[in-house]
Design a binder for this molecule. Structure first.
Ligand SMILES: [Zn+2]
Length: 201
């Protein structure tokens, strides 16, 4: 074997020519192997450092949503808040809004069973109170879902760029409004599969 660059004799297993420093074919092969190992190690480290989010199978998400009624929503926001807000995104989920959301949901649930007119409130006012609570509930609900959508998209854009993140993560506003956290959980599941989150069991 001779060096391809300077013609100096090479010994078997030599990675570089001792005279001119050119890599031997064996040296080039070794270099490629080490590069591949480095890339794999970096990939593994990135995966190890991923923030964790809870994975809930789609079927369980749907069942929870149906059987706990809409109460799954404030629960979901409350238990996911810490994980979501520790992602370091500019968008945040506001604790006070989650609190107001839970209160509004409870009020919407309880109000119809109370006869407000018995405490001297006119029927019209009583109806207005209910409608106002309901309107506020829908407003806060939409805002919370929108906040989480922004958090998820901002997090995803680190991996796939902003345009792709906006197009592929929680991209249906209709689903977001109709199913809120159930839809958002499915997005989290998807992001776990895309290696953007580590699954938290
Ligand atoms: Zn050489």
């Amino acid at each position: 074997m001779k060096c391809n660059a300077c013609g100096a004799p090479l010994e078997a297993g030599q990675e570089k020519c001792t005279y001119c420093g050119t890599l031997t074919p064996y040296g080039e092969e070794k270099f490629k192997q080490r590069e591949a190992q480095k890339i794999e190690a970096e990939r593994q480290q990135r995966l190890d450092n991923l923030p964790a989010m809870k994975f809930v199978p789609a079927s369980a998400t749907v069942l929870l949503y149906i059987f706990t009624g809409t109460f799954y929503s404030p629960y979901w926001y409350a238990v996911r808040m810490k994980s979501l807000n520790s992602l370091g995104t500019k968008a945040k989920l506001q604790a006070w809004a989650v609190g107001i959301f839970a209160v509004l949901m409870f009020a919407t649930f309880m109000l119809p069973s109370y006869d407000l007119t018995a405490s001297g409130i006119s029927e019209e006012l009583s109806e207005n109170i209910y409608n106002t609570v309901l309107a506020l509930l829908i407003l806060v609900s939409g805002w919370l879902a929108y906040s989480v959508k922004n958090i998820l998209q901002e997090h995803a854009s680190q991996f796939i760029g902003k345009t792709n993140a906006v197009q592929s993560i929680a991209n249906s506003n209709l689903m977001l409004i109709l199913f809120g956290p159930a839809y958002l959980q499915l997005q989290v599941n998807k992001m776990i599969k895309m290696n953007m989150f580590a699954p938290k069991i």
